[in-house]
Design a protein around this ligand. Structure first.
Ligand code: ZN
Length: 657
């Protein structure tokens, strides 16, 4: 690992807090040091308060901030004199500690200071950096971890045996540091947890962190425990979407909420799931207690969810009985699944949560395999991990952000999603928390959104093989399917029946009708597994109730599609699947309607473009977004008791009314 310090970049930060921001971001840039909100940093600055008195302030990372993206407001200013006085107490409960930290900041709008604030305060150095570096947790999660750390660092670090984060750890660190730190001490290793470095400048503390972690990596290299063998391409079973969706349903039922189950198809994940000793090495615990709230203590091996949940209940009952304060059981379902055939799945309440679990477990695999090469991975005891998982201050991480959006944990497929109504549907569903798979012929589909819950697949839905492959990919990426928006369609140029060629008729039928039958047939077993019941929204057309001359193929295809929707509503109601249809009209903000076409059509009716766009009963313009918002709501609780409905979105049409 290299120092990322850059004089030009650093020059943009010319004060003490600014440089604290800068090197915190440098730490955050290296996932082998800091992952997803892990780690924390601080700087001690002497300032004048409003009375003109000098005061020493600890600027410490606020909770909810990520080091990689932290900025000045991410650091909470806490009065040092109070923090040092707290450190001398015999005892301080968690709620008391949080209260003291919050009430002794000097800024009303500051974030809640890190729970490790007191620990930062007791270290007598200006800049303090803390990470859960992979190399350190690898070495300390082995039988002789303590001896190895002594061998690597000698007197340059103070060593702290494992204690759960919080007041007791801060107090213990203060005592040991006062006793053990010497003139050469540049850091502190917390066994089974992570490492601190410190210095007089931001650069010194940061580069000491890099140096300390490099010494650990070099040690692993000398022990032949750093470079892992390239995973052999493991066998992966494809075409399992129905079984995967059924497994997700079982997980959701136990969790009491929809979940994203994201299967990883890389060689490393498969090889680990098929590791001959997976039972021993993956059934101990995470690499650092900081991860337990995200990954849970243990992955599910195989697919027996009921047994996992029963074991989890036992684990909870056993340790909760010994806990100091009463505990409420968390969702008992796994967050990581290791299956010999399907590989590794990351499970989360949202696509973002699943992505965090995936990243953390990717590092966990390396830590476990390297610790194995070093003599054997040995995680913390179940008791220690339980205390961390059920620590109120840790659980707060799961509650951040308040009430989750409506479709959190649910999965939608939208066809014709690269532009117009389809693209707007993707946005409306993502905004409501769903993971969304967009299908389209256009290559632009893959880059439509960079949200973690979005997957774009270029696909011709009239090609059965490609459609099946796309559904396979969608279910592998998200676990199952809850909502389907049938939007893809073609609107050919005007043509009267006497001139309508068979080939043109068939092409329109193929896209607007036949492809949707295939999609319905192939997604039915998936929608049937949706934990809140499947939902399908058909994007129909005003042409169904009120056809126009010159659009025979289009109108006939949409009318047939409409009957298909009605029959599906009748057939699938028993499976809890709701089918509803929207009939939009005159939606002009789509790829179909260029300015030239609009002007020509308006002129054809002797209207201005504006009058043409609002040529309806309400005299309003109908946008793609209007249609998409209604399509999304049709999948939500407002329409929970509605199926087989047809709703116009057309500003009112006198032929339809
Ligand atoms: Zn930590």
């Amino acid at each position: 690992m290299k120092s990322l310090w850059n004089d030009n970049e650093a020059a943009q930060f010319n004060d003490e807090l600014g440089l604290r921001v800068y090197t915190s971001r440098l730490l955050g840039r290296d996932p082998a040091l800091v992952l997803h909100g892990g780690g924390n940093t601080s700087v001690k600055i002497t300032e004048k308060n409003i009375l003109g008195e000098e005061e020493e302030i600890l600027y410490v990372k606020g909770s909810g901030w990520d080091l990689e993206r932290i900025d000045r407001p991410g650091f909470a200013p806490v009065r040092m004199t109070h923090l040092l006085a707290l450190a001398r107490l015999e005892q301080l409960s968690d709620p008391q500690m949080v209260n003291e930290l919050k009430t002794h900041t000097t800024l009303a709008s500051a974030p809640t200071p890190s729970v490790e604030a007191i620990l930062h305060a007791v270290l007598p150095h200006k800049y303090v950096d803390h990470t859960h570096a992979d190399a350190i947790v690898t070495i300390t999660n082995t039988a002789n971890g303590l001896e190895r750390i002594q061998e690597i660092y000698g007197g340059s670090v103070v060593i702290i045996p494992y204690i759960m984060p919080g007041f007791d750890l801060a107090r213990d660190c203060a005592l040991r540091f006062a006793r053990d730190a010497g003139p050469d001490t540049v850091g502190m290793v917390l066994l089974n947890h992570g490492i601190f470095s410190f210095g007089a400048t931001a650069r010194e503390a940061y580069e000491r962190m890099i140096d300390l972690v490099n010494r650990a990596e070099a040690y692993l290299q000398r022990q032949n425990a750093w470079t892992l063998p390239r995973p052999a391409p493991a066998h992966a079973s494809a075409a399992a979407r129905r079984e995967r969706a059924a497994l997700r349903r079982t997980l959701c039922d136990h969790a009491g909420a929809p979940l994203i189950v994201s299967w990883q198809d890389d060689a490393k994940s498969h090889a680990f799931a098929q590791h001959p000793h997976v039972q021993r090495i993956a059934q101990q615990g995470p690499a650092t207690p900081d991860h337990v709230i995200r990954t849970k203590r243990l992955p599910l091996l195989g697919r027996d969810v009921a047994k996992y949940v029963a074991d989890y209940r036992d684990y909870f009952a056993q340790h909760a009985a010994q806990a100091r304060a009463p505990k409420t059981m968390l969702d008992p379902t796994p967050r990581v699944i290791l299956d010999g055939d399907w590989g590794l799945a990351a499970v989360g309440r949202s696509a973002k949560d699943a992505a965090i679990v995936r990243d953390i477990y990717d590092h966990t695999i390396d830590v476990i395999l390297r610790a194995e090469a070093l003599g054997g991975y040995r995680a913390l005891s179940p008791r220690d991990l339980f205390d961390m998982e059920y620590w109120d201050l840790e659980q707060a991480k799961l509650r951040q952000g308040g009430k989750p959006p409506m479709f959190t944990g649910e999965v939608a497929v939208v066809t014709g999603a690269a532009s117009g109504i389809g693209k707007a549907c993707v946005e409306s569903l993502l905004a409501r928390g769903a993971a969304v798979v967009g299908l389209d012929l256009a290559a632009a589909i893959t880059g439509l959104s960079d949200k973690p819950g979005y997957h774009g697949i270029q696909c011709d839905i009239t090609d059965a093989a490609k459609l099946n492959a796309a559904l396979e990919t969608a279910v592998a990426a998200c676990g199952g399917l809850d909502m389907l928006i049938l939007n893809a369609g073609v609107f050919p140029a005007g043509c009267r029946i006497e001139a309508l060629a068979d080939a043109e008729w068939r092409r329109v039928m193929q896209v607007n009708l036949d492809a949707n039958l295939s999609l319905l047939r192939e997604t039915h077993p998936l929608l049937k597994c949706a934990p809140r019941g499947g939902r399908v929204v058909f994007i129909g057309s005003k042409n169904v109730p009120a056809p126009g001359p010159g659009a025979a193929a289009y109108s006939a295809s949409k009318a047939a599609l409409n009957q298909l929707a009605r029959v599906a509503a009748l057939e699938w109601g028993g499976d809890g699947i709701r089918i509803n249809t929207l009939h939009p009209n005159a939606v002009f903000d789509t790829g179909l309607w260029t300015d030239d076409v609009l002007r020509a059509r308006a002129a054809h009716y002797g209207l201005s473009v504006d009058a043409y766009k609002t040529n309806n009963v309400l005299k309003v313009e109908v946008s793609s977004r209007d249609v998409a918002e209604l399509a999304a709501e049709m999948c939500g609780p407002l329409f929970a008791k509605t199926t087989g409905a047809q709703l116009p979105v057309d500003g009112g049409n006198d032929r339809v009314i």
